[in-house]
Design a protein around this ligand. Sequence first.
Ligand SMILES: NC(=O)c1ccc[n+]([C@@H]2O[C@H](COP(=O)([O-])OP(=O)(O)OC[C@H]3O[C@@H](n4cnc5c(N)ncnc54)[C@H](OP(=O)(O)O)[C@@H]3O)[C@@H](O)[C@H]2O)c1
Length: 342
Amino acid sequence: MSQRVFVTGGSGHVGANLLRALVGRGDRVRALVRPNSGREAFEGLELELVTGDVRDPGSLAELVRGCDAGYHTAALVQTVRGREMELYRTNVLGTRNVLAAARAAGVGRVVVTSSLGAVGQPESRPCSEEDAFNPFEDHLPYEESKAWMEHECLKAVVTGQDVVLVVSTAVLGPYDFKPSRMGRVVLDFANGKLGAYIPGGFEFVGAGDLARGHLLAMERGQKGERYIVSTRFLTVDELMALLETLTGRKRPRRLPAGAMLVLAHVSSFVLNRVAPARPQRFTPDAVRLLSLHRKADIGKARRELGYEPGAIEDALRAAYASFVARGLIEGAVPSAAPELAR
Ligand SMILES: NC(=O)c1ccc[n+]([C@@H]2O[C@H](COP(=O)([O-])OP(=O)(O)OC[C@H]3O[C@@H](n4cnc5c(N)ncnc54)[C@H](OP(=O)(O)O)[C@@H]3O)[C@@H](O)[C@H]2O)c1
């Protein structure tokens, strides 16, 4: 049934894929956009844009007005340390503001995007929704902010609001306009600019699978519950093999994780002081996260939402095709990817 829904974070990677799923099935969508947000994610989509910022409660009333339901995907996504107050204001207080605005406007269910970083990691099995975030382990400030964001959602549920959480793993897929950290890996590999890689592994989710998970959570999720939506675990070696097949290029050299951890500590220390704005690939946190080999159990999403993941190869192919279509891969012909919009 067609609904009027609001979406935050539509200019981002997750939101851009969600918008396409919602508009594609006929929902009437109102999307939040900041004055300086990129607009590529909205091009060619029939939807209403409203200017605002999740940190500014007063700017959210127009977004939620008359909506049946909403999707809150906006967040400050940050895999390096620093900017803690900004993380808190955007991810924690911003979520509080969005939920309060939705509540005041009588909006029904709000589906909120969380992260595997807000889920605890047991020692001997894949993590599940039951595994509580352990505040005494070493976490990125971003992960902590997502755990506190989940608290805001649960507090809203206690007041009677209908909120469901979708827990995302690392996203791979098209319409990655910023691009994301994983999108940057695909781009750099395809352009021969990935100098080296480190071993390890993580859970990945195709952006299309994640969008579908959000729709299923809206339709079938239980109020106050969280659902891990992932596609599959991949080692970095497996990811490199997939990228070799996709791009026809050879993978760069593989560095030992132990040695990289020492180097990463030194280079991050220096870069944080001399060039804090410069993106860093091998941070101590990146090395630590990959060496954890985190696996996630998607049994709850399967049982309660009827979620079934697609193939991660398809998500990677779609990511690559989307970059080709936008002319971002040197030597690749944009018309070779005709099935995807820019
Ligand atoms: N990508 C992943 O691998 C991953 C993994 C786990 C969980 N997640 C979660 O998925 C969600 C979406 O992430 P993403 O990968 O799509 O991130 P993204 O590409 O960086 O997009 C973030 C979105 O949030 C918006 N936003 C940030 N600050 C805002 C503010 N103050 N007011 C309004 N909008 C604001 C951004 O708008 P602008 O364009 O204006 O900056 C953008 O639309 C987040 O909740 C994130 O925690 C992502």
